[in-house]
Design a protein around this ligand. Structure first.
Ligand code: B12
Length: 213
């Protein structure tokens, strides 16, 4: 593993926000590609932060500082993953479901799907299910992609499947879900069309749902 990437991980974990942009640029200058920086650097750093939070070594202010530090690097890397959208292979509406503000993972998934050549409509975080479905209809989307990291907000994902069914849209608009609180079993249980563990798998999943790879 590169020293520069290790330095970036340390900067995110310790929340040294002012150093994060330069450290990310140093990784890029060293020839480390954006995908590696995101998955082997920034995401790993956030997993360490999560462990520290779970072990009560970190509290919310530190987690927030690390997340903001991560964004300094992520914002440099995400545009490098994205295609220009000119040859759109389909539309995906993506959102973090209502009640949840964790949006780092969703933003990485968005970048991977855009990189796949999809038109991604990003509704942001804390989004009511009815707004997600309305946007999918307005944009003639093939897929709704929902993210949540929290257990209480899993209910929204179940609601989405029920609402799609009620409106005769189930099967016409496919659903894929992800985020720390979700699992393959949960996806099967609620009748979602797909689940994935991370953003790389998410792009394979979308491609397979759309039959483009
Ligand atoms: C950073 C963080 C925060 C930041 C969020 C900043 C931001 N802008 O996102 C802040 C400080 C704001 C925060 C707040 C809170 N947090 Co918090 N947070 C985390 C932490 C440490 C890391 C999450 C993260 O960003 N991971 C890195 C990303 C890259 O990973 P990811 O999100 O999992 O995404 C990947 C995959 O899951 C997948 N994926 C993600 N979305 C999707 C979508 C689709 C469609 C697909 C296919 C795949 C996919 O691909 C992604 C990339 O590979 C986690 C701990 C942990 N271990 O996860 C706790 C954690 C999620 N938080 C938690 C909690 C409880 C909270 C608070 C309620 C705390 C409080 N008491 O106020 C609040 C939430 C308020 C709210 N209503 O949302 C709990 C949730 C517990 C639960 N199961 O319900 C966790 C698990 C911590 C814990 N161990 O208790 N948090």
């Amino acid at each position: 593993m590169s020293e520069k990437l290790d330095a970036l991980i340390d900067i995110v974990v310790t929340g040294k926000m002012k150093l994060a942009k330069d450290a990310t640029q140093a990784c890029l200058d060293d020839g480390i590609d954006a995908k590696t920086i995101i998955f082997e650097g920034l995401s790993k750093a956030m997993a360490i932060v999560g462990d520290k939070y779970a072990a009560k070594q970190y509290f919310l202010p530190q987690v927030l500082l690390s997340a903001n530090t991560l964004y300094q690097g992520l914002n440099l890397c995400l545009p490098l993953l994205q295609g220009d959208g000119s040859a759109s292979k389909g539309t995906v509406v993506i959102a973090v479901v209502e009640g949840d503000v964790h949006d780092i993972g969703k933003n990485i998934v968005k970048a991977m799907l855009t990189g796949l050549g999809l038109n991604v409509v990003d509704l942001g975080k804390d989004v009511p299910i009815k707004d997600i479905i309305a946007s999918a209809q307005e944009n003639n989307a093939s897929i709704i992609a929902e993210s949540t990291l929290m257990t209480p907000t899993l209910a929204g994902m179940k609601q989405c499947e029920a609402d799609l069914k009620e409106n005769g849209l189930k099967g016409k608009i496919k659903t894929m879900i992800g985020g720390g609180a979700t699992s393959k079993e949960f996806a099967e249980q609620i009748g979602a069309d797909g689940w994935s563990y991370d953003a790389v798998e998410a792009s394979h999943l979308a491609a397979s749902i759309l039959g483009i790879q």
